[in-house]
Write a new protein. Structure first.
Length: 148
C-alpha cells in the first residue's frame, strides 16, 4: 500500500505496520497480497456520488465479510474496522463496529447532541454548517430513551 499525502496518524501507523509485515512474505506472495490489499483499500476510500446505490458495493461486501465471517490467526473475531474518512480527505478515521460490541463497551451513553444541518460542503464552503438543537446527559436506560 502507498500513502499519498497522509495526515492521519492512525492511518500512517497502519500503513507502516503493513509495509513491515509484507516484507516478511516471499516476494511473489507479497506482490499478489499487496495487489489484493490495495484493491480492498481502494474500495474503502472510493468517492461515490450520493445517487450511486452500488458505489459502495465492494467496501460493504468486504466490511461485512471482515466483521461477520473472518477470524484472526488466533481464532478471535474482528469486532471493528477503522478506515480513513473519504469525506474528510483521509484526515479522520471512520469506525465500523458490531452493535453488540459497542453495547458491551459503552453500556450507557455519556451525552448526546442533536444538530440541524444548515448546509453541506460546496465548492465555496468546504465544511458543514449546523445549529445545535439540543444536548443532554439524561437517559432512561431501561426504556432505551433519551430524556431531552
Amino acid at each position: 500500500m502507498r500513502p499519498d499525502n497522509v495526515v492521519n496518524d492512525f492511518y500512517l501507523s497502519s500503513v507502516n505496520n503493513y509495509n513491515r509485515l509484507i516484507k516478511q512474505l516471499p516476494k511473489n506472495i507479497a506482490q499478489v497480497s499487496d495487489e489484493l490489499i490495495q484493491f480492498i483499500a481502494d474500495a474503502f476510500i472510493k468517492r461515490v456520488e450520493e445517487t450511486d446505490e452500488y458505489g459502495y458495493f465492494f467496501s460493504a461486501y468486504f466490511g461485512s465479510f471482515m466483521l461477520n465471517d473472518f477470524e484472526t490467526n488466533d481464532g478471535k473475531p474482528i469486532d471493528a474496522i477503522v478506515y480513513p474518512s473519504v469525506a474528510e480527505d483521509g484526515e479522520f478515521s471512520n469506525v465500523a463496529i458490531k452493535p453488540q460490541v459497542f453495547d458491551r463497551v459503552y453500556p450507557q451513553p455519556y451525552e448526546v447532541e442533536e444538530f440541524l444541518v444548515e448546509s453541506t460542503p460546496t465548492i465555496n464552503s468546504p465544511g458543514y454548517s449546523a445549529i445545535r438543537c439540543g444536548r443532554t446527559n439524561n437517559f432512561d436506560i431501561e426504556k432505551g430513551k433519551i430524556l431531552w
